[in-house]
Structures are given as C-alpha cells and as structure tokens.
Design a protein around this ligand. Structure first.
Ligand code: NAD
Length: 228
C-alpha cells in the first residue's frame, strides 16, 4: 500500500492549504508568488517572514485523526509507504516512522548556497545569514520550480508502481511531479482511491473517490479497534 498526502490532511489540524483563502496580513499574496526561488531573490525578507509566520502557526497545531490512522496503518500493512507533500512534520508527530518527505520540512533551515542544515538558535536577521559562508538562510522546503529530493521521489515512484492499493489523500493533484505518482500506480495495476471533499484531475481516473474529510474517512477505513 502506498499513501500520498497533501495539504488537505492537515487542514483539520488548522494548517491552511495553499488554495484556502489566506488570512490577515498575508491575504494579498498568493503562495505561488512567495514560494519560489525568484520571490526569495527579489524580496528575501518578505519570503522569510511568510515562512516564519507559517512555522509559528504549524508549531502550535497537533496531528489529527487522519494522521493517526495512517500511523496505525503502517503497523498493520506489511509493505506500506507514506509519501507526503506536506512540510509540517505532522505525520512524524502522529507516530509514522518512515515518511518520504517530497517537499522538505519547514522546521529545518538550510544555507541557500551550501544547502547544509543550520541551527537558527542565536541567529538574528530576516533572513539570518549562514555562519559559514554569509549567504542567506532559507527554509528547507521545495519551492515551485525546484527539483524534489531525487532519492525520496524515486522510492515513492517505485513503490507506487509496485503497489496493490494507492491512496491519494487531501491533495489537489495539481503540483508536479508528485501528481504523477497515482499515474505510476495506475500503470502498475493498483486500485487507486482518492480521499478529498472536492474533485481533482485524478478523480476520473481513480477507482474510488471518497468525498469526505480525511480525518473522518481514514479512521473509518481501519478495522474496529481490536479487530482483525
Ligand atoms: P493544495 O492546497 O493544492 O490542495 C489541498 C487539497 O486538499 C484540495 O484539493 C482540497 O479539496 C483538499 N482538502 C481540503 N480539506 C480536506 C480535508 N479535510 N480532507 C481531505 N482533503 C481536503 O495542496 P497540495 O496538493 O498538497 O499542494 C500544494 C503544495 O503546498 C504542496 O507542495 C505542499 O508542500 C504545500 N503546502 C503544504 C502544507 C502543509 O505542510 N500542511 C500546507 C499548505 C501547502
């Protein structure tokens, strides 16, 4: 079994999806205009402050029943792969052990030149600069137009192709190349199940489309507590 999750699984934890209306301070910016290397080059302070706001928001939320159900499934299914487009770390917090993070993790910071992880403790500036080389620091996330971590994506693609069951949960299936993973599963003959209250480009190709929130649907897929 392979599961691909997107921002929708964290919506019930209170993390806004990119396509939700942005609130307050940030409502006049489109995430597509902030989450790019070009935006960072143009206005590093603006991009840094947006990520600092999102990091703070994410720091205050908890995993929900959907994340917990997937952590539970990992213990029940012999070959199970969880790949996520989320950067919020909520799968790990819910107890999932092996998570392929296709788009990075917002809690980590890297040097924009050397790509090494840097501890933010004691550093000032918006953005702070790398203590090693002086380049700006940035969040360790994959921006629109950037390449995904090759190894994690290849593992997800191979697992999808070999899978019997593929679950697409809370993703708009618009952001490539993650959106190609269900295609790999379909090409390999898997049963593809989508869990999303809204239709997506994947819906017509999925074997089943369950139109309800992930936090309700995923726990309902598990056998009753203590069952087989
Ligand atoms: P998206 O914002 O494009 O789409 C979210 C999808 O979730 C929508 O199709 C929506 O209908 C669905 N959805 C909303 N509430 C749901 C619920 N309760 N249950 C199930 N589905 C629900 O998100 P995406 O497809 O993940 O792609 C956007 C990009 O934004 C990704 O690259 C991701 O890294 C990034 N992102 C991450 C987070 C996060 O880490 N939590 C949040 C926002 C954006």
């Amino acid at each position: 079994m392979v599961v691909l999750t997107g921002a929708g699984i964290s919506a019930e934890s209170g993390v806004p999806t990119f396509r939700d209306a942005q609130t307050g301070l940030w409502e006049r910016y489109r995430p597509e205009d902030l989450a790019t290397p070009e935006a960072f080059a143009r206005d590093p302070e603006l991009v840094w402050r947006w990520y600092a706001w999102r990091r703070e928001l994410i720091g205050g939320v908890e995993p929900n029943a959907g994340h917990r159900a997937l952590a539970d499934l990992e213990n029940r299914v012999p070959r199970f792969t969880l790949a996520t487009q989320n950067v919020d770390g909520l799968h790990r917090l819910a107890g999932s052990r092996d998570v392929l993070e296709l788009h990075g993790d917002i809690s980590r910071t890297i040097c924009s030149r050397e790509r090494v992880t840097v501890d933010l403790e004691g550093l000032q500036g918006e953005p702070p600069v790398c203590p090693g080389c002086g380049a700006y620091l940035r969040p360790d996330v994959v921006w629109f137009g950037e390449a995904l971590p090759v190894e994690a994506f290849e593992m997800a693609r191979e697992a999808a192709h070999e899978s019997d069951v593929f679950l697409s949960v809370g993703t708009s299936s618009l952001v490539q190349p993650a959106a190609s993973l269900p295609d790999a599963a379909l090409a390999g003959g898997a049963t593809v199940i989508e869990i999303n209250p809204e239709p997506t480009p994947l819906t017509p190709h999925a074997d089943y489309a369950l139109r309800s929130p992930a936090g309700e649907t995923l726990p309902a897929l598990l056998p009753a507590h203590g069952g087989a």
